[in-house]
Design a protein around this ligand. Sequence first.
Ligand SMILES: [Zn+2]
Length: 427
Amino acid sequence: MKMIRFIITRLRMRSIRQIIGRITSILLRYEMSTESFQSILKSFAIFSNHFGIQPTFPVTATVVKRHPVIFQKLQATGVEFAVHGFRHVDYTQLSNYQIQSHYHQAVQIFKDLNLNPSGFRFPFLRRNQTTLKLLADSNIKWDSSDVIAWTFNKPEYTNPLNWKSYLQILETYQAQLIQDLPSLPHKDYGLIEIPVSIPDDDILFERLKVIPATAKLIWLNMLKDVRSRSELLTLQLHPERFPLFKYPLQSVIIKAKKYGDCWIASLGEICKWWIEKDHFQATLSQIKEGEFNIQFTCSDRGQPMLRQTDPDGNNIWLHCEKQLKIKSEKKPIVGIPQSCPENLKKFLADEQIIFEITECSKSTNLYINWQGPFLDIQKRTLLKQIQNCKYPLIRFSRWPKPYTFCLAITGDIDGIDLWDYWSRFHG
Ligand SMILES: [Zn+2]
């Protein structure tokens, strides 16, 4: 009965073909002995150390329990772990009691084995408001299950059926498109949600059947795009496919380092930064008419910024001192009325754009009197409105000094050997 219910659920998600395909391909490629997977994980860890990066591997707790030494050794090399469910099941199908019990048992398994899970990722990236709220209640600091789909050209050799399969997975993941939604962490119920980017190795290889050379081009374009947006690229490479995608990943890391302004961070570090900058603030005082004194208070990693007009007449954000005097007719901040939707206020706070709640539309350099609800897909519209402001505004940079955008490397571990994968299939 359990198996039938599972298959029905997965069929509804239109992914049973992919699951069977994945198990078969794992079986054919790696034989999936504990030793072979262990050596792949070791290679991934050595590769990461070589490039000075810390990948984040979400692992299912039952898998950790079956192979504790592998994960303890891996943790000693500097890898960061997150919980990828107690078992690899769809949490939206469980009762509240079951969800809470799974969270609790999973964290306990990690703790008992002296492993420190930094955050959480839902199996199949399936989550809803209830699962997130319960996760926040269980003291887990971050989740990385929101999905941002990046734009790329369909490879010429990808057949229509495979492309259709890709579009289906976007639906299953409830993915948001990068042109609609900024790829940035945000706070929900006190939980830091760090979106993961697609296409990942799973989509590229299993669904679109692309060769690693094409994957490299797609990922490099995503990196270029994220830099132009000053946002976050959370690149997912499931460790089991590390031998296949090592060079595309290496190209991305080398390029990111060459840029010189990319913060390559683990998801745990990103979460810490998001919490750290929560305490940043700016104090304004008017010296005289048309002149303000600004005092930014932030940690050493904080970067105060001032939006001003450069000599060519362009409005740009520039780094500035923590203490400065500026000439401005009105307060160099954003004003919003109390009636503005709460999630808009939350978005501005997450964005570190300095704003005040005021009913006086003439006291600030930009006044946003948002009408109606504030939808996620309107975030870019709001940012554009701020970007178009011709007068000085202040904020803190999204990323710590001296970086302008962020790259994180992550990869879910659903199993170490075939037994783990078979157990996963059973749900
Ligand atoms: Zn998984």
